[in-house]
Ligand binder design. Structure first.
Ligand code: ZN
Length: 144
């Protein structure tokens, strides 16, 4: 192979791989990931703080249980409500941790069902989403 051809080929390859569009898209994706990561970290902190506050309130309820001011039924329903919040928050917390791990591994934003990229608009609204909108709609149809 003549030397000049080989040089032209590798030069063309370098131009193609470092094209403007490619870099632009990558920078855009990095910005999106940074945004999602920030949202996830904030949500995580809020949940932990809220869970902490909830458990503090529960301790107060326990102490007041024997007083006449708070009847048993209502304190039970408050505790049940707090338990529900905790369960929902724990599930969300688990999803947040999972999403943060995926950001680290570079697999964040891929649909768990079809492997397609989940749109940023959806991730922005719901950073813990692990299904693209199409698969989510399909799943909800099955659940109905
Ligand atoms: Zn999908």
């Amino acid at each position: 192979m003549p030397k000049s051809v080989a040089t032209r080929t590798s030069a063309a390859r370098i131009v193609a791989s470092s094209s403007f569009a490619g870099n632009g898209m990558k920078a855009e994706r990095t910005r999106e990931l940074t945004h999602c990561r920030k949202t996830l970290v904030t949500q995580r902190e809020e949940i932990l703080e809220h869970a902490h506050r909830t458990s503090e309130r529960e301790l107060d309820i326990d102490r007041d249980d024997f007083s006449d001011e708070l009847d048993t039924a209502s304190s039970e329903s408050i505790l049940a409500f707090a338990g529900q919040i905790r369960e929902r928050e724990q599930r969300l917390l688990h999803k947040i941790d999972h999403s943060l791990k995926k950001i680290e591994m570079g697999t964040y934003g891929e649909c768990a069902e079809c492997g397609e990229e989940i749109g940023f608009a959806r991730l922005k609204a719901r950073p813990v989403a692990n299904l693209c909108i199409d698969c989510k709609v399909d799943q909800e149809r099955l659940e109905d």
